[in-house]
Ligand binder design. Sequence first.
Ligand SMILES: Nc1ncnc2c1ncn2[C@@H]1O[C@H](COP(=O)(O)OP(=O)(O)OP(=O)(O)O)[C@@H](O)[C@H]1O
Ligand SMILES: Cc1ncc(C[n+]2csc(CCOP(=O)(O)O)c2C)c(N)n1
Ligand SMILES: [Mg+2]
Length: 320
Amino acid sequence: MATTTTISQVGEFPLISSMVGDLTMGQAVTLGPGDDGAVFQVDGSAVVSTDVLVEEVHFRRRWSTATDVGRKAVAVNVSDIEAMGAVPVALVVGFSAPGDLPASWAREFMAGMTAESQKAGVSVVGGDTTGGPVVSIAVTVIGQTAGMAPVRRDGAVPGDEVAVIGQLGLAAAGLALLGRGFRSPRAVVAAQRCPEVPYGQGRVAAKAGVHAMIDVSDGLLADLGHIAEASGFAMDIDTAKLDITESVRTVGMATGVDPLTWVLAGGEDHALAATFAPGTVPDGWTVVGRVLPPDEAPDPTVLVDGQVWQQERGWTHFHS
Ligand SMILES: Nc1ncnc2c1ncn2[C@@H]1O[C@H](COP(=O)(O)OP(=O)(O)OP(=O)(O)O)[C@@H](O)[C@H]1O
Ligand SMILES: Cc1ncc(C[n+]2csc(CCOP(=O)(O)O)c2C)c(N)n1
Ligand SMILES: [Mg+2]
């Protein structure tokens, strides 16, 4: 019977060597993995963000390959740097796993991180590896402002156009499918395994003078709600302007779910949502609503077709 080599059989330091062996460093990196710290240059202010992925909470090993999880760990982190209008530079990864994890899983996870890092233009410069009860991944990403002000959540003003770029609803539709034991349509399942982050578009928005921006990790309404609250103004989303992808409609029909609920409240697509002065929305972005003056809507909330949305607005941890 074939046996699988586990990470406990390999041992901590040989495991680390096998995980970092194929990493390549970008030009800004002067010292990569191997010392007590990594060293790299940033242009302007450093922008830092961190995101944790926990097995059975953010992914299941029977739903996603190690490569998918590695790619997702990079994508969800770089997405926050995009949302700040900054440029990603470096990542560090905390990796915990049970001793019986196949060593190949750990190596393929790093191959996924490497592939997505190359797509996003960022280097994995270091990390930490420990034992733990389940696979847990904590990635910290460092970006640079490179001559532009960081884009915050509190800059929306009445009259702004609310616009999005990237996918909406696919990852949630994919989760619904995987949870029911299906593996197709492929596009939605792929989006749940790893989102298609619109790399570079955060910077495009910053150059266009975007007023406020966020990445859609929990759900469009929940995340736009953070902009509304931070800025102190309400927004109205016009559902007729939302693009509901054909595959999301198909999954909705098959499962008896209104696909609009995934587009409005499904998390994990890591699209970008932002507000712009009228007429300044960059090419490729879709205008889906507007920021309202206080006399039209006094509470800083997100309305849907002018009405209060009575259903879920997005994902929250710790819900029962
Ligand atoms: N344990 C913590 N300690 C300090 N700050 C935290 C902690 N958890 C969250 N924050 C901060 O609270 C804010 C909201 O956190 P959250 O994880 O919701 O970030 P997000 O960007 O909205 O989501 P995502 O990372 O999924 O895109 C962020 O500024 C984050 O840095
Ligand atoms: C096994 C499994 N169960 C549920 C989900 C759905 N899910 C988990 S976290 C999250 C929001 C973003 O998280 P965070 O706020 O931590 O960035 C969503 C929609 C999943 N992906 N896998
Ligand atoms: Mg975010």
